[in-house]
Design a binder for this molecule. Structure first.
Ligand SMILES: Cc1ncc(COP(=O)(O)O)c(C=O)c1O
Length: 445
């Protein structure tokens, strides 16, 4: 697979050689590196990207899944063009941020009050700070495999063995009050709450585990967590950076019918431009009101570029579009997402390869093996197959970031999905043949 990929991506290879001399490892986000080297993008439109060599790909990475309406949708372009002339950065409030805040208040069930920031990692960090200040407790119970961005406290237990910092340079003390428990396992959460002995501030999770395997929470599990949190005075915090405005207009909290106390958003809320958002119960967000001069004042949000007018304009155009067209957008996203999961699984089954595509709504990730219910089960996969599958797809004009969830947008069509399923089947057949050959002796790669 790598040979075909390399043969058609020489321009990207050359750029990567230059990038390595400028950036650590040649990339500006670790997830963007994969073997043998990543493709470099020249332009994007709708459901497509074009690489440095001019090849077109149907894109399922969609800017880390931030692009629910496809690349450069007309509504966002039309909102950004005039805004650029009116100012790209104010460092002050504007009508745009108030109106986007009001739109979000009108759509996200828990968003009684909020603060904008610049990234999802910032938003999740502020959630922890608010939860600790509000409860006066320290322990944060997160999920094994739960990914909340690169902030120091929560950047732990994302990968196997799910119990340590994801980075050198983070002190043990900085994460000593963060615990990882098995996702979709209510007993595990309850035991950890008991162990915390009244020091638990928050249960913190992505309603659909993203980087940990694109695994949806069971509805009863989320309801159970809500009850556990209530019975012990603990805040339930949702990381909706992926699921926000994607699973439903009101995010996973609407989709599951479970309302968290606090939630972090990002990605889609900025319509393809940088954004983070902290929202939740008014009395909790009130701790961040600088006019109150309270002893337990919590510093959240902010940053030079918070409520940047370009992010606000793009976010406003996107959220308004989604709100106005919710009745057609979300059923379509669900239908195309389901076609994707079912189509890929059928193609692999027809090819005689065991594979399960997990996800919900427009999210999906194919696992080669048994269907996982948590990150531990997802972690055992053969990474070589995952990588070959993605390279096969890329060599045939489909972009999926190896091992990461994919997301469809309103721009994706049933024909795109048929093509993805067909190419999955072609890969499945070659995988089965290679497995059969290797049963009779060594095979060359
Ligand atoms: C669930 C989740 N939380 C938080 C983040 C961090 O967001 P950002 O990359 O904007 O910092 C991400 C990023 O992919 C994410 O998927």
């Amino acid at each position: 697979m790598a040979r075909e990929y390399e043969a058609r991506t020489r321009g990207s290879e050359r750029l990567f050689e230059r990038a390595k001399k400028v950036f650590a490892g040649g990339v500006n986000h670790n997830a963007r590196f994969y073997e043998p080297y990543p493709i470099f993008v020249k332009k994007a439109k709708g459901q497509h990207i074009w690489d440095e060599d001019g090849h077109r790909y149907t894109d399922y990475w969609m800017g880390h899944m931030a692009l629910i309406l496809g690349h450069s949708p007309k509504v966002v372009v039309d909102a950004l063009r005039p805004q650029i002339a009116k100012g790209t950065h104010y460092g002050m409030g504007s009508r745009l941020s108030v109106e986007l805040g009001e739109e979000i208040q009108g759509t996200v069930p828990c968003a009684e009050a909020m603060r904008f920031c610049n990234t999802g990692a910032e938003a999740t960090m502020y959630l922890v700070r608010l939860a600790r200040a509000y409860t006066g407790r320290r322990v944060v119970i997160k999920m094994a495999g739960g990914w909340h961005g690169y902030n120091t406290q929560l950047n732990m237990g994302v990968h196997t063995p799910f119990d340590r910092a994801e980075s050198a340079g983070i002190l043990e003390e900085e994460q000593s009050h963060v615990r990882n428990v098995r996702f979709n396992d209510l007993d595990a959460a309850e035991s950890e709450l008991k162990r915390a002995e009244g020091d638990a501030a928050a249960i913190f999770l992505e309603p659909v585990l993203g980087a940990g395997g694109c695994i949806p929470a069971d509805r009863d599990y989320l309801k159970g967590l809500r009850e556990l949190a209530d019975s012990r005075g603990v805040l339930l915090c949702f990381d909706e950076v992926i699921t926000g405005f994607r699973l439903a207009l009101g995010g996973a909290q609407e989709w599951y019918g479970v309302r968290p106390d606090l939630a972090a958003f990002g990605k889609i809320a900025g319509g393809g431009l940088p954004i983070g958002l902290v929202c939740g119960r008014r009395e909790i967000l009130a701790l961040a009101d600088p006019s109150r001069k309270a002893a337990n004042f919590v510093s959240i949000g902010g940053g030079t570029f918070s409520e940047n007018p370009l992010s606000m304009a793009a976010g406003l155009a996107t959220v308004r579009y989604l709100r106005k067209n919710a009745k057609s957008v979300y059923p379509k996203l669900d239908r195309v997402g389901k076609e994707t999961r079912v189509g890929i699984d059928k193609a692999f089954a027809d090819a005689g390869v065991e594979a399960h595509t997990t996800g919900a709504g427009s999210l999906f990730l194919t696992h080669f093996g048994k269907e996982p219910k948590n990150a531990e089960e997802a972690a055992g996969e053969d990474k070589g197959i995952v990588s070959s599958y993605a390279l096969h797809l890329m060599a045939s004009g489909t972009f999926l970031l190896p091992g990461h969830p994919g997301g469809t947008s309103t721009a994706h069509t049933s024909e795109d999905i048929e093509e993805l399923a067909r190419e999955s089947g072609t890969f499945g057949e070659s995988l089965r043949e290679r497995r059969q050959q290797s049963a009779f002796g060594p095979v060359s790669a």
